[in-house]
Design a protein around this ligand. Sequence first.
Ligand SMILES: Cc1cc2nc3c(=O)[nH]c(=O)nc-3n(C[C@H](O)[C@H](O)[C@H](O)COP(=O)(O)OP(=O)(O)OC[C@H]3O[C@@H](n4cnc5c(N)ncnc54)[C@H](O)[C@@H]3O)c2cc1C
Length: 565
Amino acid sequence: MNEQRLQTDILIIGGGAAGLNAAITARQAGLGVIVMDKAVIERSGHFAGGIDHFAAYLETGPDWDTSDAYLDFTARSSRGATDLSVVERVYCSELKAAIQRFDDVGCTLRRKDGTFFRTQSYGQPGPWWINFNGKRLKPLLAAAVRDAGCKILDRVVTADLLVNDGQVCGAAGFHIRTGIFYVVQAKAVLMTTGGTNRLFQNPTGLSFNIWMCPANTGDGEAMAFRTGARLANVEYLRMTVIPRGFSAAGLNALVGMGGKLINGKGEEFMERYDPLGMKGPRYKLVQGVLGELKAHRGPVYVDCRHLDPEALQHLLTTLGYDKDTLPDFFAQKGIDLGRDLLEIATSEGMQGGPNEVCGSGVKIDGDCATNIPGLFAAGNSADQCRSLHMAFTSGIHAGRSMSVFAGKNMKNAIPVPEYQVKDIRKRLFEPLEAERTVSWHEFEDVLQRILSEGMGPARSGWGMKIAWQKLADLENWQNQVRAETYHDLCRTQEVYNMLTVARCMITAALHRKESRFGQCHYRLDFPETDDHNWLGQIAVNRAANGRIQAELVPLNQRPPADLGV
Ligand SMILES: Cc1cc2nc3c(=O)[nH]c(=O)nc-3n(C[C@H](O)[C@H](O)[C@H](O)COP(=O)(O)OP(=O)(O)OC[C@H]3O[C@@H](n4cnc5c(N)ncnc54)[C@H](O)[C@@H]3O)c2cc1C
């Protein structure tokens, strides 16, 4: 097997929204940048096929359109799980730069007349969602990164980080087509692999037909965890509402434009579940759908028949920005949203922050730095970031912080420990050995079943301990997972990493002996929300003995009396 050695100032693992923004910012600061992505950056990650909403306050005058209102909303809706000082430094301080970045790469958030098309949903106090045409955002962002002179390693799967004397000094991976083994030495490394999505069974039964990007499998969280980094908010289960039989983003567009959820009796039901009704947070919409189905008042539909023709036309056009195939699905089913109800269902679960202002993943501070020197995180892989607005702003912010770290503090990159390189290389290619008996498909299938049974919308200490035990049994088979091709080898890495995230998720959820954010963490044995004892994040990390340890970390937040979703 060939090997390639490279050196740089900044290594970015994951060329998605956050990673590419960090790359541009670090290049602008004059640093050398390498981006490693398991796919091709023009069409990789969550919004490979397009995107249509960016959350922003714009300081146009009203009280709701200010950073104070945003921070207040974040405090209330993240119920202790988001650090306001981090949000202020990462999001508020970089918001203008992020909006400018859209213009710079040629995918403006504005309409032709220079104004923004703004909609309101998910509990926001005003219309913070800018609805835009992000169909070509990813290739445009990628072009800007290539033009800036970053070196791109497309189709290179990062397998593990390299650490010397407690400091991250690079990473190793392999090319998914040629098998070439890459070792990159860097002064600072950014983890932006986009969260953990393929962990639960899918209602369509097809593992890759999911709401979010199926290629993002918690690789970054697992790699960071193995180096001793802390993960936070990983106990939460994230779900959405999808058209029945087809997994697609689009709920925000439907409810933001005024679509209503109704049950089989034709009743609007959301006010039973949230005082804000249809404008409530996403998890409450999911809770409403689950509740109506459980109460035998299904099927459940989205009703857009009352929308005026202009709003309806806008909706139909922008639904396709996210996923081209969604309008095709409607056409093939003969569904006309102006005439018909759209039957909906709840999506698969994923490990993710409970709402749009509360992320989960590698724990970061106000510089996007982790507790491991040299390692930074941003985007959906970082605990304070979720959604496009946080991916852009945290990417830009991480690019700045890393440039300072690598530019001022270090003359040369720290040497890469050769024993680690040898060890990773051995572990990595082992699944290609012929005598292994389990396919990654089977392994993933069992993993998803265990998680779906034990860690779904209703959990108990007993059920989670059983899930934990089953994962231990599954882990005994890990060294039997075989790969016949380099592509398979990528999948084996993914399922190992998902197993690691699953273990962290159970550990955190067992530790949190209360319920929070509805079905995101609903414990049958502790059904009440207990702000007095559990306000804050559960952080997990790998102890010296290899076990996962969990602790409650109170954050810079408002007092409990202020909270309420
Ligand atoms: C269809 C769709 C529509 C959406 N619409 C909206 C919206 O309108 N508004 C909004 O706010 N949010 C939306 N989201 C969510 C939003 O896209 C994400 O929150 C955001 O893109 C996250 O950015 P990221 O950089 O963290 O991850 P990504 O952009 O997904 O990037 C992660 C990158 O890491 C790479 N990677 C993963 N593992 C490895 C590895 N081991 N080695 C190397 N590379 C790796 C992936 O290939 C990928 O390129 C949508 C998501 C989807 C799927």
